[in-house]
Design a protein around this ligand. Structure first.
Ligand code: PMV
Length: 312
């Protein structure tokens, strides 16, 4: 019996974090260097559909998983949309190289890979729109009120442009570009950072609004440059975004050190990415300079650093 395999990439925020909470746009891009993988092996004559996901300690029949388990929710979603009442016997194995809780979209990637592999196993592929809608439902379990950015960028494996309350848009990449992603190794408490920014905004609305407006303009400009195939011109805009993110208090000395090291090693621009206070930074690089930048940020203390190609 053949197995049914599907993979999905991670994601990272290129620009617009925090300002997006206040109605400005954000851009996220796929991270193809890391991925989640789902493999379904049919077990003809078997009695159960078993789920094995070692990273989260799951190894059990799917209907023994708690109802709020995201893997179970994803399986139920697939069955519902295909009108399947009982999963045939099989074994679903989930693996992932995407670091968990690091702003890299690991939950969404697992959902998308699972939904694609299981729907193929059931004999009916789903459209990207259907996959995206199902993965969004699972995201609600992970995040409560998700923006939809993670499931969309991961499903389409393309950059997305997002404004709160509007449908997430994918857009054209006129020319590929290269990012180096560096992890501070410091856990990134996104919720806390978002809460602190809100308190700052309440205390000093003008100062914070100025930063959000600047970040919004930068994000719109970056989208245009990407679409026009001029990614090399984005560098200074990323630098400027880092300045504004520092201004609203979401950087960290280690993020600043990695950003500085990347620039000194020849990056075209660099900034923190995601919630901040730890977590990841990104640097835009010429492909030839990527390895030097990886080495420089490792030397400056990055726990992990890798190169990511963003394609059209
Ligand atoms: O670190 P991530 O990729 O989960 O991004 C957090 C982005 C914020 O704008 C800081 C919060 C949010 O909900 O948009």
């Amino acid at each position: 019996m053949p197995a049914f395999t599907a993979t999905a990439p991670g994601k990272i925020i290129l620009l617009g974090e925090h300002a997006v909470v206040y109605g400005r746009p954000a851009i996220a891009v796929p991270v193809t260097q890391v991925q989640a993988r789902a493999i379904v092996t049919p077990k003809p004559g078997g009695r159960e559909f078993r789920v094995i996901a070692p990273a989260v300690g799951v190894d059990s029949p799917w209907d023994s998983l708690p109802p709020e388990n995201p893997l179970r929710a994803a399986l139920e979603g697939v069955c519902r949309s295909l009108g399947v009442t009982r999963l045939p016997a099989g074994r679903l194995q989930i693996t992932s190289t995407i670091p968990v809780a690091a702003g890299l979209g690991s939950g969404a990637a697992v959902s998308v890979a699972l939904i694609r592999a299981v729907s193929a196993f059931l004999g009916e592929g789903l459209s990207d729109e259907q996959v995206n809608a199902l993965a969004y439902e699972v995201e609600k379990i992970h995040h409560g009120t998700p923006s939809g950015i993670d499931n969309t960028v991961v499903t389409y494996a393309r950059p997305v442009y997002f404004v709160k309350g509007k449908p997430v848009e994918t857009f054209r990449v006129g020319a590929p570009f290269t990012l180096v992603i560096g992890d501070t190794g410091i856990p990134a408490p996104t919720r806390e950072a978002v809460g602190d920014v809100r308190r700052g905004w309440q205390a000093e609305p003008q100062r914070y609004e100025r930063a959000f407006a600047a970040l919004g303009s930068l994000t719109r400009a970056v989208r245009q440059l990407i679409e026009r195939g001029q990614p090399e011109r984005i560098g200074p805009l990323l630098d400027e975004a880092h300045h504004w993110l520092c201004e609203i208090g979401v950087s960290h000395p280690k993020l600043d050190a990695l950003v500085q090291a990347a620039r000194q090693a020849g990056a075209l621009g660099a900034k923190l990415s995601g919630g901040g206070r730890g977590g990841n930074m990104i640097a835009l690089v010429e492909r030839d300079a990527a390895e030097a930048v990886v080495l420089a940020i490792r030397k400056a203390g990055a726990e992990r650093a890798f190169v990511n190609e963003v394609m059209g």
